[in-house]
Design a binder for this molecule. Structure first.
Ligand code: PEP
Ligand code: MN
Length: 341
């Protein structure tokens, strides 16, 4: 029994009694009060609850029914929170009708380059800046990021454009400095199952953009979101960014079916990163459009003024003019599926 649904007219006293009972058994009760009725999510290892115990709960005053859900995630589950979650970041709301586009370079390389790119993406209609200051590189000899200096540049770009920014955290030891500057904390694909890191970002109130791991199933992905939410932070944005398959024609295989699947299983906002998904700039636009058509709440797109000189991921970065054209085309796709941009 993982979810307790209360009767429509259940009293506060009955609710308290049920919560107490759950707590006495070592569980945490997460009470969600809807307009129609109250639902209690039972947090903890419920696998050892017997059928009899579960039935006994169902007979308690105020209880309508109890559900045993087979899904191991609860807080991230739509069974528990049927309504879409929206996350407010500055003036932006993610997960609502409006599609948000997070755009910028793969890595923050210098203040002047970042400024130039940020102004271009803002002009084209992006609502967030993206850029890595701590870079997860396959080779230890590749550019690793400007770290705090990069964060300062991002803060300067935010000031100049008015756009909030998203940047990656790779290590709990950098949490303090990330918190000082950042609007949205990105957990990269390679760290999707870095559980200490997930717990760390879960214990703050900052929005988290969680990228799907390279070989993570949808269940693994939602369990990672659950790790963050179980610590108390419910501001989680899911990001499909491609998975490893046998295919080599693209950098990864962008799993766009993940969008409607995640939307069905979870109430969390879902965005798509076609840049890392395909790895080639000329494939970004078609997949970006397809992502919106599939129901994504937003996109993350790499843009660089001089992709040929980029420190990382130049081959998948759009030049500002191409990005601007794409943004115009995306508007039409968004409109066709009842969204705005
Ligand atoms: C990124 O967005 O900068 C990045 C490294 O992406 P991913 O973790 O999806 O590879
Ligand atoms: Mn990149």
């Amino acid at each position: 029994m993982d979810i307790v649904v209360l009767k429509k007219g259940a009293t506060a006293k009955e609710l308290r009694h049920i919560v107490k009972k759950l707590e006495s058994k070592g569980f945490k009760a997460n009470v969600s009060k809807g307009i129609e009725r109250t639902v209690i999510g039972v947090i903890g290892d419920t696998s050892h609850i017997t059928e009899d115990e579960s039935n006994a709960f169902a007979t308690m005053a105020g209880v309508d029914n109890v559900h045993r859900i087979t899904k191991p995630y609860k807080l991230a589950s739509r069974d528990f929170t049927p309504k879409n979650t929206t996350i407010r970041i500055g003036k932006n709301t993610i997960g609502g009708k409006k599609i948000h586009v997070m755009a910028g370079p793969c890595a923050v390389e210098s203040l002047s380059i970042l400024m130039e790119i940020s102004k271009e993406v803002k002009k084209a209609g992006a609502t967030f800046i993206r850029g890595g200051a701590f870079k997860p590189r396959t080779s230890p000899y590749s550019f690793q990021g400007l770290e705090e200096e990069g964060l300062k540049h991002l803060a300067a770009a935010r000031k100049a454009t008015g756009l909030p920014f998203v940047t990656e955290l790779m290590d709990p030891r950098d949490m303090e400095v990330i918190l000082k500057y950042t609007d949205v904390i990105q957990i990269g694909a390679r760290n999707m199952q870095n559980f200490r890191l997930l717990k760390e970002v879960g214990s703050y109130n900052k929005p988290v953009l969680l990228k799907r791991g390279l070989s993570a199933t949808i269940k693994d992905f939602l369990m990672a979101a659950e790790y963050i939410m179980a610590q108390g932070n419910s501001k989680v944005i899911l990001c499909e960014r491609g998975i490893r398959t046998f295919e080599t024609a693209t950098r990864n295989t962008l799993d766009l079916s993940a969008v409607p699947v995640l939307k069905k299983l979870s109430h969390l906002p879902v965005i798509v990163d076609p840049s890392h998904g395909v790895g080639k700039w000329d494939l970004v636009a078609p997949m970006a459009k397809a992502a919106i058509a599939a129901g994504a709440d937003g996109l993350m797109i790499e843009v660089h003024t001089k992709p040929e000189e980029a420190y990382s991921d130049g081959e998948q970065s759009l030049k500002p003019a191409k990005f601007k054209t794409l943004m115009r085309e995306l508007k039409a796709v968004a409109k066709a599926v009842g969204r705005t941009m």
